[in-house]
Design a protein around this ligand. Structure first.
Ligand SMILES: [Mg+2]
Length: 299
């Protein structure tokens, strides 16, 4: 019988969402960084997100609790940023073995609270459960956020000849960044306020997986200038394409806005690079076929 490893995460999600009805108030359903809901507010949409991290997949048993907690919350906030929005309320589900030390779980919560507070989010509830012996711990966070209707950016809005941009440096996240990254909320807010950002997502599974997803949803192909990909110290192009967990922004913008954007960005965010790495094309067949990147069940 077919199992998850044979079809992989993307195909699985494709099959599962096919059978779902779409509520009249759902502006964006499954397939983007957050669900977008029209709750009747004149100016804003509500954003919904759920996420989980699993011991042995996203962190190790020996990873300090505070760092695990930071990561669990930061991943969710990064998805709100990717829609052009801000986080609001967070709910925490903690599934831990009974042998886990109380001090560790307290540290975990300190890390979560630290990240939430830094981004103006509030942990407003949760749930805990035990696990069968020697099962891996799971931390799931769900959250609500908001985005101004005029600022909403989806993955599927990219247009032919848009320049493909990334913030920061990619690759080598396993060296530590995956536990301590800072979601690009203020950067995304700045971008959506002043520029025509056509499509955007956060890079979680590696450029090699995430760029083709964004391009496909936008109905475009892409040309990637691999020499332009900004690599983290100690990383190379292969790492930047395939390591994953960069949590930087990947977005597309019309070419005529590029120069002004770059100039203003450099004045505003001098510590963080902003790099054009290619463009969206009308040809659905990409100029390069990318290898690497993370896909659950098959990786
Ligand atoms: Mg995402």
């Amino acid at each position: 019988m077919e199992d998850l490893k044979h079809i992989g995460e993307d195909a699985l999600i494709g099959r599962l969402v096919k059978g779902l009805g779409k509520g009249a108030d759902v502006v964006v359903g499954p397939g983007d960084d957050c669900a977008v809901i029209d709750v009747g507010d004149e100016e804003r949409y509500q954003l919904l997100k759920t996420d989980c991290i699993v011991e042995g997949v996203h962190f190790l048993a020996e990873t300090p609790g505070e760092q695990v907690g930071w990561k669990a919350v930061a991943r969710v906030i990064s998805d709100f940023a990717a829609m052009g929005g801000m986080p609001s309320q967070l709910l925490v589900t903690l599934v831990m073995p009974e042998t886990q030390h109380v001090a560790y779980v307290e540290k975990l919560y300190q890390g979560m609270q630290k990240c939430a507070a830094e981004y103006g989010a509030v942990i407003s509830g949760g749930e805990t459960s035990s696990l069968p012996t020697s099962s891996a711990a799971v931390i799931s966070i769900s959250g609500t956020g908001w985005v101004k209707k005029a600022h909403l950016v989806r993955r599927d809005g990219g247009k032919v000849n848009d320049v493909i941009m990334v913030t920061g440096l990619l690759g080598g996240s396993i060296q530590g960044k995956h536990l301590s990254f800072h979601p690009r909320v203020k950067e995304a807010q700045w971008l959506v306020r002043d520029f025509s950002i056509h499509s955007m997502m956060d890079l979680s599974d590696g450029l090699a997986k995430d760029l083709p997803r964004l391009a496909a949803l936008s109905g475009c192909g892409y040309e990637l200038n691999e020499a332009m990909i900004p690599c983290s110290k100690g990383s190379d192009t292969a790492g930047a394409l395939g390591d994953g967990e960069d949590y930087e922004l990947l977005f597309t913008v019309p070419a005529h806005e590029l120069d002004t954007m770059t100039e203003k960005w450099n004045a505003h965010f001098s510590q963080l690079s902003l790099t054009p790495i290619g463009k969206l094309t009308s040809d659905m067949v990409p100029s390069v076929s990318l290898g690497g990147g993370w896909e659950h069940f098959t990786s």
